[in-house]
Design a protein around this ligand. Structure first.
Ligand code: ADP
Ligand code: MG
Length: 615
């Protein structure tokens, strides 16, 4: 048999290697920003068009490249950063593999302009799919500008797998944040489709965090400091009471490189143990400095995972340091970096003795009352929506499709009593239901037993009611006594702006929705004021993670997201009145048998099934 193994042509090999480094526009952003930092830039500008699908450009004022180096920089394994294998274990730069520019050039149209400080003129190179198109002398400032256009133009599979612009932009912003947080001493700016998303002057870590995540972040930060022989830790953790439901602001930097580590994340969470609300995630910005020789960065192509020599010790030190800071902040006031410290204690109080605070306790206060009230609110339906069972069955039977088939056999015990069950006084006697495991509602019906999942049922009910509000009519909104002011990042606000119209139709009233400022004066009746922030957070998260080009509309997405966050949870005890509301409302829905996420809302156990079990 003839030999069949062939060496791949360079351009094919390059494309394959590119896949390792460049997975999406955000990967290009990361590599270009890191090169600018390695070039000792003081100012770095990132320009993006169409979430990086059309253009990604990074301009720096770093050391620049000679003509020869500019040309060489696109060769695979061409790097100025290490010389020998030994250097791999003592890395002080972001890059060292010499692969990024070669990989990027293999799958896009690249233009590079670069000039050394001592030179009069610079070099301008154009490359398409690893092929040099032109090389010219150019007048350009000291430093380097790399623009990457038409990413994946020759790898359609990759291009087709890119997510929506919203999602890709989110990834780019994440990378930008990581790099900007690693180097607060560098001036970074970012532009998307011509408008500036971030302008971050050189500053300290705290100011950088605040510039990125908004002015109100400042009061949420608790400083962490620890110095041992193994590691120096600095940075901030978020106060537990501000912890969010969605993971997000969690950053580890090791020797100024953003890394992911579930092990270290565990250490921080262990320090927060007992301090967080259920389901809330601690936020943290922690900077670890270790001996470069004690870590291995070369275990992952994108260099976001690293190996530590002594992970266990690091874990223990980190947990103790965070715990210590959290313990301290509750007694020691946190100094505001831009507040005059003299103003902290009003002069007239300076020498006064502290008197014991006079605490007034409202003995009638019941924290669970509000929860019950909000549940009830969310279960309030218009009467016509919860029509009598009788008419319900007529509708279902006449439809007669397979999904409803099972349903048309369901017959309720005493139809005549049920007619009046929407009168609150009668609900108790009207519908015989009981709750098991605080999770299912069981209901005897003529043909057997109905077991309803309370959480899923409520999702269906809320979903249809929100969808109806959004598409058909304006919803009723509850006016807030005091406007609710919320803090979201610029990009999160942009997401909400895109959904503003639909949100208003669900009952939200925004008096302000710009930049990083949100003020709400009205909310849907089914939402409790305390939940507004987490409901919107969940919505932003859902929008970011939506499947692109799906046929689902934004309205559907909002209705689903709100239903998901607001539906009563498993584990919540319901009064018989609430159970009845739930059952009635579910069967008044257009599609009672499944949740908006297509899972069943109830199961039936027929009399036959029961009889078989007793044989
Ligand atoms: P690496 O960063 O791993 O060395 P790259 O492919 O990213 O590999 O870059 C190759 C080389 O090109 C770098 O080692 C550096 O010498 C040079 N280079 C790349 N970008 C810049 C820049 N913005 N300024 C100066 N030199 C650069
Ligand atoms: Mg590099």
């Amino acid at each position: 048999m003839a030999d069949i193994i062939q060496l791949l042509p360079d351009h094919v090999a390059n494309q394959i290697a590119a896949g390792e480094v460049v997975q999406r526009p955000a990967s290009v952003v990361k590599e270009l920003l890191e090169n600018a930092i390695d070039a000792n830039a003081a100012t770095v500008k990132l320009i993006v068009k169409d979430a990086g699908k059309t253009l990604i450009q990074v301009i720096d004022d770093g050391i620049g490249m000679s003509t020869t180096d500019a040309r060489l920089s696109f060769e695979r394994h061409a790097t100025s950063k290490i010389r020998s294998a030994d250097d791999l274990f003592n890395i002080h730069t972001k890059g060292f593999r010499g692969e990024a520019l070669a990989s990027i050039a293999a799958i896009s149209h690249v233009e590079l302009k670069s000039k050394l400080d001592e030179d009069e003129t610079g070099t301008h190179i154009k490359i398409e799919g690893s092929e040099i198109q032109s090389q010219e002398v150019v007048v350009t400032p000291t430093g380097t500008s790399v623009s990457v256009k038409n990413l994946f133009y020759n790898v359609p599979a990759r291009r087709n797998f890119l997510k929506s612009n919203n999602v890709e932009l989110r990834h780019i912003i994440d990378e930008f944040h990581r790099v900007a947080l690693s180097h607060p001493d560098i001036n970074f700016s970012m532009f998307h489709n011509g408008s500036e998303l971030f302008g971050l002057p050189a500053s300290n870590v705290r100011q950088r965090i605040v510039n990125i995540f908004g002015p109100k972040t400042n009061e949420k930060l608790v400083p962490v400091e620890e110095q041992t022989e193994v590691v120096k830790i600095s940075g901030f953790v978020g106060k537990p009471e501000f912890a969010k439901k969605t993971r997000g602001e969690q950053f580890f930097f090791v020797n100024n490189r953003f890394i992911k580590s579930s092990y270290l994340n565990h250490a921080v969470n262990a320090a927060f143990e007992g301090l967080l609300r259920d389901g809330a995630h601690a936020s943290y910005f922690l900077y670890l400095e270790v001996d470069a020789k004690s870590i291995d960065i070369n275990i992952h192509p994108t260099k976001t995972e690293i190996k530590f020599e002594d992970e266990h010790t690091l874990y223990a030190i980190l947990r103790a340091a965070v715990r210590h800071s959290l313990g301290q902040f509750s007694i020691a006031p946190v100094l505001d970096f831009d507040r005059d410290a003299n103003l902290d204690t009003p002069y007239t109080f300076k020498d006064k003795h502290a008197a014991a605070p006079n605490v007034e306790v409202d003995e009638m206060f019941n924290p669970f009352k509000e929860e019950q009230a909000s549940l009830k609110r969310s279960m309030t339906f218009k009467k016509e929506q919860t029509a009598a069972w009788e008419s319900l069955y007529v509708g279902l039977e006449s439809k007669g499709n397979s999904q409803d088939q099972e349903f048309s056999q369901v017959q309720f015990e005493s139809d005549d009593k049920l007619l009046s069950m929407f009168d609150e006084k009668d609900t108790k006697s009207g519908l015989q239901t009981f709750q098991i495991q605080n999770k299912y509602i069981v209901n005897a019906i003529k043909s057997g037993l109905l077991v309803i999942d309370q959480h899923r049922a409520h999702q269906r009910i809320l979903y249809e009611s929100f969808l109806q509000n959004i598409t058909i009519e304006e919803a009723v909104s509850q006016q807030l006594l005091f406007p609710l002011s919320l803090q979201f990042s610029t990009i999160e606000v942009a997401t909400l702006q895109g959904l503003q119209k639909q949100l208003e139709q669900t009952g939200f009233v925004f008096s302000k929705l710009d930049h990083d400022d949100i003020e709400i004066t009205g909310i849907p009746v089914s939402v409790a004021e305390v939940n507004v922030s987490s409901v919107l957070e969940q919505l932003i998260n859902d929008v970011d993670n939506q499947v692109p080009d799906s046929h689902f509309s934004q309205s559907d997405l909002i209705a689903k997201s709100l239903a998901k966050s607001l539906a009563i949870k498993s584990g919540q005890k319901l009064t018989s009145e609430e159970q009845a509301y739930l059952v009635n409302s579910l069967f008044a829905c257009k599609e009672p048998s499944i949740t908006p996420m297509n899972t069943p809302t109830f199961v039936t156990l027929s009399n036959d099934d029961l009889e078989k079990k007793f044989k």
